[in-house]
Ligand binder design. Structure first.
Ligand code: 4AD
Ligand code: MG
Length: 467
């Protein structure tokens, strides 16, 4: 076969120099036609769109053509031609075809219309479907948007450790990391495991959040963000929870509650606008095939002001709803941790726009949140989104050493491994604030997909770590 430099399909579809000889490489999505001519839809992943290859069967070897089946990988040389029938402006009149990889009829993606559940079982192949191709191209674009947003706003990308000895959220949902022989653990007289001989000489785990280290960085570099994998051993089998997910955590020195909320809102809007600007073809596909209201919802979020609602006000609204006969599964009272039905009532029913809820009872929030003067609430913020529920959790941090220490003691948090965190409050403490955005929750919103397992390539959930 003649050597011609490969053109990606995304670039090829823009070209109008009809008559030029081109080469494309990709996977056969479909093949149809007659006894004389075949039409191959070839996709190389660079775009959701296929390029149509027109094959005059008389000019090709029969044995070769037998191998041009759904899923096969081809290299095609041919003439770029104007197209009338393919739905694209151009197509390729094939001159030479090489089968790089044949694909027999055991290939599971023969037919269209597989369920999401089935596709999850073949997560190694599902990126080759239109839907997952679109989702993963959008995922990439959202990562780029995140880095651009923070870079443009003067934040430094700071890498926090994946292995840690501290439980940031204090929720005890950590995966332990050890090199000890689990069949032969050394224990003391109380039956507690002795970690002296373990790799780190103490108990270590996968991080649930980079926040504590992020705070160290913010109190030195001013404004930072982390963006990396986080791990939670919570046994939540829901469409919103993963055991391994990616989190974006900015942390800003000198920011107060108002500035924190402004940052949260501006950041999400920037990311959504980025998708609208850079993922048009993929969004249009998802809008057509997955979620008819998707693009309109994205446009609406960019254009609306988020509601800012103190927790106490939110409880009043929910209590009124109950008084008027609305039925919730879980009880509503001041001090309760809002269930997702409560959050959804506020966001989807009452306000019909995103809500930033603030000033939660301290009992239901983490130890590091700044305590309000009322002695009851803390300056935590959750950003609640339609369909998703909580997309961001953040807070102003308690900067007073004494108040923080008092809270730590109150909650019996083991601080022996956290002296370094307290040092930020001891040496030149400063007001600061930050938040964590669940990357896959953002992707749920931006793609319209219904299950968080379908916006990450290889989901990890209870009893599932395949691929
Ligand atoms: O609300 P969370 O637990 O907050 C923190 O971890 C803080 N340390 C963040 C900070 O202030 N720097 O988690 C933050 C976000 C949630 O709002 C949610 O979007 C996402 O992380 N999240 C999950 N996403 C998928 N699966 C899970 N199991 C998640 N748990 C939290
Ligand atoms: Mg939270």
């Amino acid at each position: 076969m003649e050597t011609i430099r490969r053109t990606k399909v995304v670039d090829l579809l823009q070209r109008r120099d009809f008559g030029a000889m081109v080469n494309v490489k990709g996977w056969v999505r479909t093949r149809r036609g007659s006894k004389q001519v075949s039409f191959i839809a070839l996709n190389d992943g660079s775009t959701i769109n296929n390029v149509q290859i027109v094959v005059d069967l008389a000019h090709f070897d029969e044995e070769l053509l037998k191998q041009v089946t759904t899923g096969a990988c081809l290299s095609v040389n041919g003439e770029l031609a104007a197209s009338i029938g393919s739905g694209q402006a151009c197509e390729i009149q094939a001159r030479e075809i090489e089968v790089l990889g044949a694909c027999d009829n055991t290939y599971p993606l023969q037919k269209k219309g597989h369920t999401m559940e089935f596709l999850r079982e073949i997560a190694h192949l599902r990126p080759r479907t239109n839907t997952f191709g679109a989702v993963f191209r959008i995922r990439h674009n959202m990562a780029i948007a995140i880095h651009r947003f923070f870079h443009e706003h003067g934040f430094f990308y700071f890498h926090t450790p994946i292995i840690t000895a501290s439980d940031c959220e204090g929720a005890g949902q950590m995966f332990q990391v050890t090199t000890m022989n689990l069949y032969d653990l050394k224990k003391d007289e109380n039956g507690s495991i002795i970690y002296d001989s373990d790799f780190f000489g103490k108990q270590a785990s996968l991080t649930v959040s980079g926040q504590l280290e992020g705070e160290l960085a913010a109190t030195a570099l001013g404004a930072i963000y982390t963006f990396g994998p986080t791990f939670r051993a919570e046994n939540s089998n829901t469409p919103r929870h993963l055991a391994e997910f990616w989190m974006v955590e900015p942390e800003v020195a000198f920011a107060d509650l108002q500035e924190l909320m402004d940052l949260e809102e501006e950041f999400i809007k920037y990311c959504v606008q980025w998708a609208l600007d850079h993922c048009k073809d993929d969004l249009e596909f998802l809008n057509k095939m997955v979620d008819k209201g998707l693009i309109e919802r994205l446009q609406k979020v960019v254009a609306t002001d988020f509601v800012r609602l103190p927790y106490t006000e939110g409880i009043k609204i929910l209590e009124e709803a109950v008084a008027q006969g609305h039925k919730f599964e879980f009880p509503v009272y001041w001090g309760c941790d809002l269930a997702s039905e409560h959050e959804r009532y506020l966001v989807e029913h009452h306000f019909q726009k995103p809500v930033i809820m603030t000033d939660y009872p301290k009992e239901i929030k983490a130890f590091y949140m700044k305590q309000n003067a009322d002695g009851k609430t803390v300056q935590g913020t959750d950003v609640l989104f339609p369909q998703i529920g909580e997309i961001i959790g953040g807070s102003v941090r308690e900067e007073s050493y004494d108040k923080l220490m008092a809270r730590i003691t109150e909650l019996n948090i083991p601080m022996k491994d956290m002296w370094w965190y307290l040092d930020t409050r001891k040496y030149g403490t400063c007001p600061h604030a930050g938040f964590g955005l669940g990357f896959e929750r953002l992707l749920l919103f931006v793609t319209g997909m219904a299950n968080i397992r379908d916006v990450i390539p290889f989901p990890r959930t209870p009893r599932n770590a395949d691929f």
